[in-house]
Design a protein around this ligand. Structure first.
Ligand code: AHR
Length: 327
């Protein structure tokens, strides 16, 4: 009797397995269960800013096993040498695609020649690279950083007209497209306006800690300024902390301009601390996914794609807009 019960129990337990093996009646395996995931090596700059974290999350969400991908993420901690090592590792692992968010524009020729020799397509995201042989990468998608700088300069012109401006300029990491473009934008504004004066300029490497440190130095030196042009949100947060510690009120005593438009910064526009935030969109995951889908079908994506971006100030921003955005 005991033996009969045990056999019955076994049959009940095995029934789903037997059914799953029944040809047409079986539930098809999800991409995650299949072995043929597309393997993507992603060399990321680092985790220096809210923008960067949103960018990493966007890539992880889009290039997920559920969508048919295995993403190998490498965080280079803002160091180009680490990115070069990561790309070499991806080549050795025989990944299907390499995605590179480059720290700086220069210095990619050798390693991308190696990727090309290995037959691995390279997709560049976010910042641009400067390279003579453009066949070394498949395509690029990212922001027009020069245009972002121009947007900030036009806004300053409209807001202040002929008033004298003493500008503190917090730069991103030197040699990155985001720094080069936004700095070129401001330089064009400085050259075009006699009433604009550069009070201070240094790199805060896109981090909050360095933004604060630089601003504390500016305040300690007694530099005269009424505008801060911060090349990203996180350095602006650091600058705001320094201003408050010094008893100043951002937005009233100083006009703060930032780039990225992360949700924390947009809330600071509503509270009056930041006056202008020029958008830099980090949600490249689905865009890279579409590019890979095209390549998988044997089609050719456009070589260069600029994403659409806008700006936010008190005139066009609401809570609803902030909560409708993905970062
Ligand atoms: O390349 C995009 C820039 O890099 C963002 O403005 C900044 O926040 C990030 O670190």
């Amino acid at each position: 009797m005991k033996k009969t019960c045990a056999l019955l129990l076994l049959a009940v337990l095995c029934l789903p397995l037997l059914l799953a093996g029944c040809g047409d009646a079986a539930v098809p395996a999800s991409p995650a269960e299949k072995k043929d995931l597309i393997v993507v090596g992603f060399s990321q700059v680092g985790a220096e800013s809210d923008w960067r974290k949103a960018n990493t999350l966007s890539m992880q969400t889009a290039l997920s096993p559920e969508n048919g991908y295995r993403l190998i993420l490498d965080d280079a901690q803002q160091k180009q040498e680490r990115q070069i090592t990561a790309i070499r590792n991806f080549i050795n692992q025989g990944v299907d695609y390499i995605v590179l968010a480059p720290t700086t524009e220069r210095g990619w020729d050798t390693v991308l020649t190696e990727a090309k020799a290995a037959g691995i397509p390279v997709i560049i995201v976010d910042r641009m690279i400067e390279i003579t042989d453009t066949s070394l990468f498949t395509c690029w998608i990212g922001s027009d950083f020069r245009k972002e700088g121009g947007t900030a300069v036009s806004w300053l012109e409209k807001r202040f007209g002929q008033e004298p401006l003493n500008i503190v300029h917090l730069q991103g990491n030197i040699g990155s497209s985001a720094q080069i473009g936004r700095t070129e934008g401001l330089d064009a504004g400085l050259a075009a306006h006699e009433n604009w004066h550069l009070a201070f300029r240094a790199s805060g490497d896109f981090t909050q800690a360095k933004g604060q440190e630089l601003m504390e130095g500016v305040l300690a030196d007694g530099t005269d300024f009424n505008v801060i042009y911060s090349e990203n949100d996180n350095m602006a947060y650091g600058a705001i902390d320094a201003l408050k510690k010094a008893g100043l009120t951002p937005g009233r005593d100083v006009t703060l301009i930032a780039f990225d438009s992360s949700s924390t910064a947009l809330h600071m526009i509503l509270s009056g601390e930041i006056s202008l935030d020029v958008e830099c969109n980090p949600l490249h995951g689905p865009r890279v996914q579409s590019i890979i889908e095209l390549l998988e079908k044997g089609e050719t994506p456009p070589k260069f794609t600029y994403v659409e971006e806008t700006y936010f100030d008190e005139s066009n921003l609401t809570e609803e807009i902030i909560s409708s955005r993905g970062y």
